[in-house]
Design a protein around this ligand. Structure first.
Ligand SMILES: Cc1cc2nc3c(=O)[nH]c(=O)nc-3n(C[C@H](O)[C@H](O)[C@H](O)COP(=O)(O)OP(=O)(O)OC[C@H]3O[C@@H](n4cnc5c(N)ncnc54)[C@H](O)[C@@H]3O)c2cc1C
Length: 538
């Protein structure tokens, strides 16, 4: 089985999703293919923090969940979907990280990425222009065209894990080769992508390439009707593109209901208006069978089926699926895979990634500052032994910047004159109260407790080490600096098994960093507990 079976909840008295959402939304109005039944919830997280919170909410409520970008490679089922479909469309931020790198949230459209690279005078992303879809999904699909592939330029990927973690993945951890990624296992969702381009190029040259690709797609009639682009991947073993195979088998113009194979590209199935998912799948099944029987080609479906389908059609198209016990002959495809409770190993990564410039408005923040937060023990064990170290926070400074300006003394003025020093910071908690820890590379540290944003708790008016007793254990070693915290210290800040947290750094000279990132203009302000990221403890 590709993913665990769970009972599908249709109880309408559920609490509401923790981000903007609508109910009973026709997926035909959402996806590029204009096909599909209604989603019980259609959610639009606007940040990685909201995405993590939404995934946690789906997990807690045992709701089936699916993610979509633009839907230009997705076939939603005709049946209504009793769970949550969420889109990355509200995650649109783009910021420059260095001269040759830009960071894009998952919902930035491919064409917008190409335009941003054009604006920056960076060559190597022209092929993304007029490639339908969003950059997060394009990474997931390892999209490619005109001899280029997203794996060549996506140097790092921030994912929201279905285990409630947020991680920065190196490209080698994600891309597996031709149109294949580890993300296809359904255990992580792309929240953002770091694109690294080889170099500058004259803008006229970039523009001319982009326009040429756009014209080529028009000339090939790709946009005549909604489609998912190529229905099947190419098979190198087959020796020729799938489109040529289907053309030679006479599929151009073949119809099934309102679905029709393009007259111009025999691997495209158009929705000529009102097509059903079942029409598309019947055509696809017929094409796959013909390719096997008549051309000896074993082809893999590229379009991604999402929802409840006729199991025999999914099988005929080679799509992995999970049978629905309450509806014999039907099976689920395209669901996200939440982990089973007992599968965690410790230490367990909750957050792991580089700090990005606070507001994303300049590229002044040094690269190479990495933060990691780990859960060291299962919650049940921590409850039994609450003074043991439960969470470990480390900062690894490959840039050497945190050593730039270390305070000589640990006076009260340290926090008040924070901008003069190089410190890594961790915030833990939420709007009802939170903790702030600050540590220098040499292991000097202080901590503060707040009842509300910037309102220091009674007895915690002055930053101090002494108040924290054995609940905080500082660490300084070759792999970084930071501290471990006991369960008893953190327990008051855990809500529904989630621990909201935020990593930051303040390096002096107006340089502030965040992981996960926010997008703020104006004076940097770390004290925004509503924006902390609710990582999940187990
Ligand atoms: C006219 C046309 C031409 C096309 N030409 C090409 C081409 O030349 N080359 C090419 O490679 N593709 C092509 N495609 C396919 C499509 O453009 C790409 O696959 C694109 O990357 C899909 O983006 P999307 O946002 O529409 O993804 P969606 O269709 O919304 O999603 C695709 C898959 O990714 C998953 N997904 C969505 N967002 C995320 C996320 N943030 N994290 C993890 N998983 C996610 C979905 O669940 C689904 O399984 C074409 C499509 C059309 C309609």
């Amino acid at each position: 089985m590709p993913y665990p079976q769970r009972s599908i909840r249709t109880d309408m008295s559920e609490p509401v999703p923790p981000c903007p959402f609508e109910t009973t939304v026709p997926l035909s109005a959402v996806g590029y293919y204009a096909i599909g039944g209604r989603a019980r919830w259609f959610a639009r997280p606007g940040s990685v923090q909201e995405m993590v919170a939404l995934l946690g909410w789906c997990h807690r409520n045992q709701l089936p969940a699916m993610v979509t970008g633009k839907g230009s490679n997705m076939l939603f089922a005709d049946d209504d979907f009793p769970g949550v479909v969420f889109t990355t469309a509200s995650m649109q931020r783009i910021f420059r990280v260095s001269d040759h790198q830009i960071f894009c949230e998952a919902g930035v459209e491919n064409s917008e990425v190409a335009l941003a690279l054009f604006d920056a005078g960076l060559g190597g992303g022209e092929w993304l222009y007029r490639l339908p879809g969003m950059i997060g999904a394009t990474v997931r699909m390892n999209g490619r065209c005109y001899g280029r592939e997203i794996s060549e330029v996506a140097s790092g990927i921030v994912t929201a894990g279905l285990d409630g973690s947020v991680r920065f993945r190196q490209r080698g951890e994600i891309f597996r080769g031709y149109k294949e990624t580890t993300l296809m296992e359904g255990g992580e969702v792309v929240a953002g992508v770091l694109l690294e381009l080889p170099g500058s190029k004259p803008k006229e040259e970039i523009r001319s390439l982009m326009e040429g690709y756009g014209r080529d797609r028009e000339a090939k009639h790709q946009f005549d009707f909604p489609s998912c682009g190529s229905t099947f991947k190419n098979s190198y073993a087959a020796g020729r593109p799938s489109g040529q195979i289907f053309e030679s088998l006479g599929f151009k113009g073949r119809r099934e209901g309102r679905a029709k194979v393009s007259e111009h590209h025999a691997n495209f199935i158009f929705n000529t208006g009102g097509a059903k998912a079942v029409d598309v799948l019947r055509l696809a099944a017929e094409m796959r069978q013909a390719a096997r029987d008549q051309a000896g080609a074993e082809l893999e479906l590229e379009l991604q089926c999402a929802g409840l389908f006729d199991a025999s059609l999914l099988a005929a198209c080679g799509v992995p699926a999970v049978p629905e016990p309450s509806r014999p002959g039907y099976a689920w495809a395209g669901l996200l895979r939440f982990p089973e409770g007992a599968s965690a190993t410790f230490p367990r990564t909750l957050l792991d990634g580089p700090l990005f410039d606070y507001s994303g408005l300049c590229n002044q923040f040094p690269q190479g500052l990495q933060v990691r937060v780990e859960q060291l023990l299962p919650m049940a064990e921590a409850r039994r032994e609450p003074e043991r170290s439960f969470i470990r926070w480390t900062t690894r400074d490959l840039s050497g910047t945190t050593g730039d300006s270390i305070p000589d003394t640990m006076q009260g003025s340290f926090t008040d004159r924070l901008w003069e020093f190089g410190v890594s910071e961790l915030f833990l908690g939420g709007q009802d109260g939170y903790l702030e820890f600050e540590s220098t590379a040499a292991g000097h540290w202080i901590a503060l407790r707040f009842d509300a944003p910037r309102v220091r708790s009674a007895g915690h008016e002055t930053p101090s080490e002494a108040l924290w007793g054995g609940g905080v254990r500082p660490l300084v070693g070759q792999t970084g600096f930071g501290m471990e915290f006991s369960f008893s210290l953190l327990e008051p800040f855990i809500r529904d098994g989630d621990l909201p947290l935020q990593c930051c750094a303040s390096l002096g000279q107006g340089r502030f960093g965040l992981f996960p990132w926010w997008n703020d203009s104006g004076t940097p302000d770390f004290h925004q507990p509503a924006r902390f990221c609710p990582v999940r403890l187990v």
